[in-house]
Design a protein around this ligand. Structure first.
Ligand code: LER
Ligand code: MN
Length: 282
């Protein structure tokens, strides 16, 4: 099976009205848009209307984990706020008909633990489980995404996400690989997908330099072949970001024109070519 459904993460369209972003993504033949997880700043009902009018879906919500949204913070009040944030994102996603919300237990760019590992593990399991149990009746799945070591110390590889997900006992969701992070953390991206494919809920695509596929040195043919072989039938969502340690700071600086039309077009074109290479070889 190929013929994947593609989404583009609006995170990099930083500051742009979502109507313009939806129009661009639809114009370049995408199936969906991934929306930034800011429920109080974005109008979910309006996004749903705009996506419906453009005949695309909302694939997923890219939650933003700040220090105030840290599920494993030693202060129980912060953990409570973080769990509430994930629940709010679940409501936000349900309104837009998005089946997946992205979860990571720590704040982004938190590179050191603030509490003993056993405590943080327990808090992560408890927080994800509580948010997942809230999301389930809404028809929303959680996707535990691994980030590289420069953005988190907590969960860098699919094997760690698989272990954490399994311990929650949840059935609405699974784990997530992002090929930019995986190119740093996994011994082999295709092998990691093959080993943990049964739990894959969502996939972020970016090349080795976090630009559009084809702009770096990753070979996406064996990566997509692995996803095909494990029967992954979720979205492939491009999360392309400027070259910066802190992805969010980079975007606030603006001036990243390539990430709008140029990369939006290049990303899907490159992956459709990868799919046709796989189909020819089959
Ligand atoms: C989020 O999907 C991600 O990959 C992290 O780098 C935070 O942006
Ligand atoms: Mn990602």
């Amino acid at each position: 099976m190929t013929g994947y459904r593609y989404a583009y993460n609006a995170l990099v369209y930083f500051g742009e009205d979502i109507a313009v972003s939806i129009d661009r993504v639809a114009r370049y033949g995408y199936d969906a848009i991934e929306v930034v997880g800011e429920p109080t700043a974005l109008d979910a009902a309006r996004i749903k209307r705009l996506a419906d009018d453009a005949r695309i879906a909302v694939s997923s919500v890219c939650s933003i984990y700040t220090p105030e949204r840290d599920l494993v913070h030693p202060d129980p009040a912060v953990r409570g706020e973080a769990i509430q944030y994930v629940k709010d994102v679940a409501d936000f996603a349900a309104t837009m008909g998005a089946p997946t919300i992205i979860v990571h237990p720590t704040a982004c760019m938190k590179t050191q633990a603030l509490a003993p590992a056993a405590d943080e593990r327990r808090w992560a399991v408890e927080g994800i489980r509580e948010a997942g149990e809230y999301a389930a009746p809404l028809g929303v799945n959680l996707s535990l995404e691994c980030w590289n070591r420069y953005e988190t110390y907590f969960m860098n590889r699919l094997e760690q996400a698989a272990s954490l997900w399994t311990e929650t006992g949840l059935s609405n969701g699974g784990i997530q690989g992002d090929t930019f992070h995986m190119s740093l953390e996994e011994a082999s991206i295709p092998e990691a997908f093959r080993r943990h494919g049964a739990l894959l809920q969502h996939v972020h695509l970016a090349d080795s330099n976090r630009a559009a596929p084809g702009a770096g040195h990753l070979d996406f043919v064996p990566i997509v072949q692995a996803l095909v072989d494990v029967g992954y039938d979720g979205y492939l969502s491009f999360e392309l970001l400027p070259a910066s340690a802190d992805p969010f700071e980079a975007m606030k600086a603006g001036g990243q024109e390539a990430f709008f039309d140029q990369y939006t077009e290049q990303a899907i074109r490159h992956m459709k070519d990868v799919e046709s290479q796989i189909q020819k070889a089959a």
